[in-house]
Design a protein around this ligand. Structure first.
Ligand code: ADP
Length: 258
């Protein structure tokens, strides 16, 4: 609460009291804090790979290294620059989604085709971990949505399901009709997420395990981008999860956009 006060005088200039104006600045302060945290997080996330790239390049320039060590350093430099690239891509995407004039290209979508295409794209990653991707639920569902953005959402959830599951796990993508809405579920039988951190996973840069997320190439921005896209479609995203049993991400999207 911000209070602005001023003395109140009558016409004879006698002090008669005070005028107090109360402003609720809690929300403003909270948003300001989120913005500051975001800038600090971005800086930190950018600095880590740059420090490593610079350090290894410096050593290579200064020291005579054998071929094997040189290859090892180069592959670290490559991996870290790749990380930087993904991070910058996600940051640009997030800022695009947050622009006031951001709009979606709505078209009538056959959900079967979109899900099949997403599964096809994620197959290589799944196969590398000996995992199965299964399509279930109802067929023939249609909705009005932005094709590329919806595919991005589904792929994001599938990649997460693969990344946070042990080898040999199973990922199921199912769609259902739900009176005026289409319900899409992506479930895995992976590591799951503890109840107390569940509400935080949609926050920018929040990861349950930073090291693990980095190793799997995660930027920590995927779910906040996903949530933005779902909400831009006037939909909602939910998560249910049990540690060591698995997670289900559910999105509800209106069939029609007005
Ligand atoms: P990241 O790039 O780290 O994957 P996300 O925003 O996509 O970022 O996800 C945030 C965090 O939520 C992840 O770091 C992980 O801890 C957790 N998470 C997301 N999806 C799953 C899942 N299917 N199973 C378990 N944990 C998950």
């Amino acid at each position: 609460l911000e209070v602005i006060g001023a003395p109140y005088f009558n016409q004879k200039h006698d002090l008669r009291g005070a005028v107090l104006v109360f402003h609720d600045v809690t929300e403003f302060k909270r948003l300001e804090q989120i913005r500051k945290d975001f800038v600090a997080n971005v800086s930190h996330e950018l600095r880590t790979p740059i420090t490593s790239i610079k350090g290894f390049a410096e050593t290579m320039l200064e020291d005579e290294l054998d071929k094997e060590l040189e290859q090892r350093f180069l592959s670290i430099i490559y991996k870290e620059s790749h990380r930087l690239q993904l991070l910058i891509q996600d940051l640009l995407d997030l800022s695009k989604l947050e622009k006031v004039d951001f709009h979606l290209n709505y078209q009538v979508i056959q959900l079967d085709g979109l899900i099949r295409e997403s599964v096809e794209m994620a197959k290589v990653q799944a196969k590398a971990k000996g995992m199965d991707l299964t399509i279930a639920g109802e067929e023939g569902l249609e909705l009005s949505a932005d094709y590329d953005r919806l595919k991005q959402v589904i792929l994001n959830l599938i990649y997460n399901a693969i990344n946070y599951s042990p080898n040999g796990g199973e990922v199921t993508i199912a769609a259902y009709n739900s009176s005026g809405y289409v319900k899409i579920e992506v479930s895995d039988n992976g590591m799951g997420i503890a109840t107390e951190v569940l509400p935080r996973i949609f926050e920018r840069f929040y990861r349950v395990d930073k090291a693990r997320s980095r190793n799997t190439g995660g930027t920590g921005l995927g779910l906040s981008i996903t949530k933005h896209i779902v909400e831009a479609h006037h939909g909602q995203i939910f998560v249910d999860s049990v540690v060591d049993e698995g997670s289900t991400f559910t999105i509800m999207l209106p069939k029609e956009q007005t």
